[in-house]
Design a protein around this ligand. Structure first.
Ligand SMILES: C[S@@+](CC[C@H](N)C(=O)[O-])C[C@H]1O[C@@H](n2cnc3c(N)ncnc32)[C@H](O)[C@@H]1O
Length: 237
């Protein structure tokens, strides 16, 4: 089982309930590791060429802010999301000044073909996986807007390869993430969904295959913290 039977509208409504506690909860639930992972992904992204970048499903703009930190001054950074409440948290931050926020479903982006040098996404690929087809449609859309030679960097939770860690991770999700998230955010649905979607998500190898199937090449990944998360790196040739 590799998908949850949910629609995009369910995801969109769910993220309207959590913006004010979203970042704090991520830091608590990952013991601060998400900050290091975002910075690492942003550094990898910033080492690529070009100066027109888009952070897809940008949410409260946390990764977009790190991208801006590591980018040259002339780099234009876009943040795209279909949740206005999440992006309105982003625009409240001083550091998001000069990031262009665009409200859109990433499956139908309002950008022309070959218009970006870099596409990033963090902790949102699971949400695009309402079905494998839907996930592939999203990746194809990223591919369409990238220029040849452009890079796609994906940071997402993953599955630890060793069964002992995997079982422990799933137990942690069930006991800690689901209960604490529901309690602090007040949204039982959002954090039950988060725990379940993380448990059911692809392994790093499976996700690499899906990225490859949508046209990207030179797909590589690095596991983070025994494989509970991974950064995938790929290129449009
Ligand atoms: C878990 S949050 C991740 C936010 C941010 N990238 C981060 O690292 O914290 C998922 C975000 O994806 C957005 N999202 C999910 N599906 C989307 C879609 N089809 N189009 C645009 N945004 C989407 C949600 O609105 C939400 O803000």
């Amino acid at each position: 089982m590799k998908k949850l039977p949910q629609k995009s509208s369910f995801i969109q409504n769910m993220f309207s309930e959590v913006p004010s506690t979203y970042e704090l909860l991520n830091h608590i639930m990952t013991l601060g590791f998400d900050i290091m992972w975002r910075k690492r992904a942003a550094r990898i992204a910033a080492a690529t060429n070009g100066n027109r970048w888009a952070d897809m499903c940008t949410g409260t703009g946390e990764t977009a802010v790190y991208l801006k930190q590591f980018a040259d001054k002339e780099t234009e950074i876009y943040g795209v999301d279909f949740s206005l409440p999440m992006m309105s948290e982003a625009t409240k931050k001083q550091q998001t000044h000069r990031i262009h926020f665009v409200a859109s479903d990433i499956k139908a982006l309002p950008f022309s073909d070959k218009s970006f040098d870099l596409v990033t996404i963090s902790f949102a690929t699971r949400n695009l996986n309402v079905s494998k087809d839907s996930l592939m449609q999203s990746f194809r859309e990223f591919y369409r807007v990238l220029k040849p030679g452009g890079y796609f960097i994906n940071l997402e939770t993953s599955q630890p390869p060793f069964i002992f860690f995997r079982k422990g991770f799933h137990l942690y999700l069930k006991l800690f993430v689901k209960l604490l998230g529901s309690r602090i955010s007040g949204s039982k649905i959002a954090y039950a969904y988060l725990a379940k979607s993380m448990t059911l998500f692809y392994s790093a190898e499976e996700l690499a295959d899906i990225i490859r199937q949508t046209g990207f090449e030179e797909v590589t990944f690095q596991r983070l913290l025994f494989g509970v998360a991974a950064i995938h790196h790929s290129k449009k040739i």
